[in-house]
Design a protein around this ligand. Structure first.
Ligand code: AMP
Length: 126
C-alpha cells in the first residue's frame, strides 16, 4: 500500500482553518483538539500538522522534529487534561489505522481518553 494522503479529509480542513475546532494545545508541528463526539469525559485528539495518514506512515516519513513534537504534545495534553500518571489516574491512547483499524478520518490522530475508568479495550466486531 502506498500512503496517498487525501487533503480533503476533515482534519486537513481543521488545520487549514476551514472548519472550527476546540483547541487544547497547539505546538509547532502538532494540534490537539476535543473530539466532537466524546466517548469519555476526557476525549482529545492529537494530530501532526503534516500530511500523514497513520502512525506507520508518520513513523516512516516524518522528521525527527515532528516526531518529538508530536510525542511531547501527547504528554502535555495528558498533563493539561489531568489524566497523566504522575499525579492522576491514567488514560487510554488509541490510534486507529485503515480498514481493519476502523479509521474514519485518514489523517493520523491519537485519541486520549480518560477522566473515568475505560471499558474493554476491544469491543465485539461491528
Ligand atoms: P477514527 O475512527 O479513529 O478515525 O476517529 C475519528 C474521530 O474524529 C471520531 O472520534 C470522531 O468523533 C472525530 N471527529 C470527526 N469529525 C470531527 C470534528 N470536526 N472535530 C472533532 N472531532 C471530530
Amino acid at each position: 500500500m502506498d500512503y496517498a494522503y487525501d487533503d480533503q479529509n476533515i482534519f486537513a480542513k481543521i488545520l487549514r482553518g476551514e472548519i472550527p475546532n476546540t483547541t487544547v494545545l497547539e505546538t509547532e508541528h502538532s494540534l490537539a483538539f476535543r473530539d466532537l463526539y466524546p466517548q469519555a469525559s476526557v476525549h482529545v485528539l492529537v494530530i501532526p500538522k503534516g500530511p500523514y495518514i497513520s502512525y506507520d506512515h508518520f513513523a516512516a516519513a516524518a522528521s525527527d522534529a515532528e516526531i518529538v513534537d508530536f510525542t511531547r504534545a501527547v504528554g502535555e495534553v495528558c498533563r493539561l487534561e489531568g489524566v497523566s500518571l504522575d499525579a492522576n489516574d491514567g488514560f487510554r491512547l488509541i490510534s486507529n489505522a485503515g480498514e481493519h483499524g476502523v479509521q474514519e478520518v485518514p489523517h493520523l490522530h491519537v485519541h486520549i481518553l480518560g477522566g473515568e475508568r475505560m471499558g474493554r479495550m476491544v469491543q465485539p466486531k461491528g
